[in-house]
Design a binder for this molecule. Structure first.
Ligand SMILES: CC(C)(COP(=O)(O)OP(=O)(O)OC[C@H]1O[C@@H](n2cnc3c(N)ncnc32)[C@H](O)[C@@H]1OP(=O)(O)O)[C@@H](O)C(=O)NCCC(=O)NCCS
Length: 179
């Protein structure tokens, strides 16, 4: 069973092993870059981000979720509550990633499916997702969750082409995948 939860201190050990597995690879979503030496402080920070407390200028409230399987965090997503012009181009509503040792068995699809349910709870009618064109696994996860490719473009911040997908969340997200 895969459950999407909000961060809690009980998962400190699992979180630390998750970060260790990621090693030097780029961390998705961006909240995995937050300092975590003081784990209760990280949990408080993530809660505050969701409430819009203490955010740097130009940042929007965002909620981090952990996908948990057998008491282990196997995936992490971050849901931005609304878009700015910059986020429409570069970040989108949702960033996500799966623990390396758990990849390739449908967890990414399930992580996005459950995060879309949270987006619907927030009243977001249409979710924007941005990913690099050469990130095949990511685009497959988005397509499997009802994403439609809207455009492809380059941005000075990235060397490859970016893709922008739109997911309408009028439809019932429970019906999209059977992961
Ligand atoms: C993208 C990511 C979350 C996918 O997670 P996952 O649990 O491996 O994905 P799933 O098992 O649900 O597989 C989804 C699809 O991608 C395919 N896939 C998975 N890994 C792949 C790879 N390395 N290359 C090509 N396709 C791949 C699967 O075969 C599946 O395809 P299908 O639709 O034909 O069934 C994971 O690869 C990851 O964490 N990557 C690093 C972080 C990242 O890139 N996040 C997205 C930022 S936009």
């Amino acid at each position: 069973m895969l459950s999407l939860i909000k961060p809690t201190v009980e998962y400190e050990q699992s979180y630390r092993s998750y970060i260790q597995e990621l090693g030097d690879s780029e961390r998705y979503p961006f909240t995995l870059d937050f300092e975590y030496d003081d784990f209760p402080a990280l949990v408080t920070q993530l809660k505050n981000c969701s409430l819009g407390i203490g955010l740097p200028d130009g940042w929007v409230p965002h909620t981090t979720f952990w996908l948990v399987e057998h008491e282990e965090i196997v995936g992490v997503s971050s849901l931005r509550h609304h878009m700015t012009d910059r986020l429409k181009r570069l970040g989108g509503h949702i960033g996500f990633g799966v623990r390396p040792s758990a990849q390739g068995r449908g967890i990414g699809k399930e992580l996005l499916r459950q995060t879309l349910i949270e987006a619907r709870r927030l009243g977001i009618p249409e979710v924007l997702m941005i990913c690099l064109k050469d990130n095949v696994a990511s685009s497959r996860v988005i397509l499997a969750n009802g994403g439609t490719l809207e455009s492809e473009y380059s941005a000075p911040e990235y060397s490859g082409l970016l893709q922008r997908y739109v997911i309408s969340i009028d439809a019932d997200p429970d019906q999209r995948t059977d992961a």
